[in-house]
Design a protein around this ligand. Structure first.
Ligand code: SF4
Length: 297
């Protein structure tokens, strides 16, 4: 009898520094149960984040609102692409309840891209921010948003809800953007970051992140840092791209931890206030390590 290998089980050999820790504490399982109990989605699970054992084991997670079906099909992302379901009106209060039950002092809320909805899900974001603030006054609220197709009025809805940290990822350097995020535009993302900062009138920090290992050059990475600084972004994350399945973009290079450290130093010299850089760094990895200015809390 022949035995074929399931292509979905294909795993590329990874370097020794890409280590995933398996769950070894009860907090992981209680976090998982709570999320399941409240019927919430997390980017931790949907994007197959390698840190979920660690983060959930520490009782934190990143909520993914507006469903688990994305209207875009980015070449790096494991979230499924399909026609989304209708937005759930009670999801904001369920996220707020989870935030409260998990006793978080910093919550990260992201969403799938909802190009099927006129405002791209902006009002749903705003309702979620407001529900969390009502339930957990004093909490730091970070949002990781799509580009809302550059609709300023949609972005304004999110900023009117006063998130403390506004995160929108460039994901990669300008040259590779059409390959990595085919429906997005590098310049548009930069402009969204700058407009969000202006709309917040100084009352929100702006943050962005890129994945390394997709074929970018050092010069392009440094240019991207400069572009972000020119658009007043002060928080930066850099992590290794990992291919979720063989259908996704291949890894071109595994960047060594020392190189991530070097990039962190360069970014700090360029004026970023907080930089997280390392092979397993993701947008929301140890997000609470960055505290925005007290006067915007
Ligand atoms: S790094 Fe972010 S997405 Fe990954 S497990 Fe941690 S909280 Fe979830």
């Amino acid at each position: 009898m022949s035995c074929k290998t399931d292509p979905s089980l294909h795993r590329e050999k990874k370097p020794s520094w890409i280590k995933v820790r398996l769950p070894n504490n009860p907090v992981f399982w209680s976090t998982k149960a709570l999320i399941s109990d409240l019927e919430l989605h997390t980017v931790c699970e949907e994007a197959q984040c390698p840190n979920r054992w660690e983060c959930w084991g520490q009782g934190t997670a990143t909520f993914m609102i507006a469903g688990d079906r994305c209207t875009r099909a980015c070449g790096f992302c494991a979230v499924k692409t399909a026609k989304p379901f209708a937005l759930e009106a009670d999801e904001p209060t369920r996220v707020a309840e989870a935030t409260s039950r998990m006793n978080l002092n910093h919550v990260v809320i992201t969403a799938v891209a909802r190009d099927d909805v006129e405002d791209g899900g902006a009002a749903h974001f705003a309702e979620t921010i407001e529900a969390v603030r009502r339930e957990c006054p004093g909490i730091v609220i970070e949002v990781l948003v799509p580009d809302f197709n550059d609709k300023d009025w949609a972005l304004q809805k999110v900023m009117d809800a006063r998130p403390h940290i506004f995160n929108h990822n460039l994901e990669t350097v300008e040259r590779l953007t059409p390959l990595v995020r085919s429906r997005a535009k590098y310049g548009r993302s930069l402009s969204v970051l700058k407009k969000a900062k202006q709309m917040a009138a100084g009352r929100a920090a702006t943050k962005s992140g890129i994945m390394l290992g997709l074929g970018e050059t050092e010069e392009e990475i440094l240019r991207t840092m400069d572009d972000l600084r020119e658009h007043e972004v002060t928080v930066l994350t850099m992590g290794q791209y990992l291919r979720p399945t063989p259908k996704h973009l291949p890894v071109v290079a595994y960047i060594e931890p020392e190189q991530f450290e070097r990039y962190k130093g360069i970014a700090e010299e360029k004026g970023f206030r907080h930089v997280a850089s390392g092979p397993l760094v993701r947008s929301s990895y140890h997000a609470a390590d960055f505290r925005p200015e007290l006067d915007i809390l």
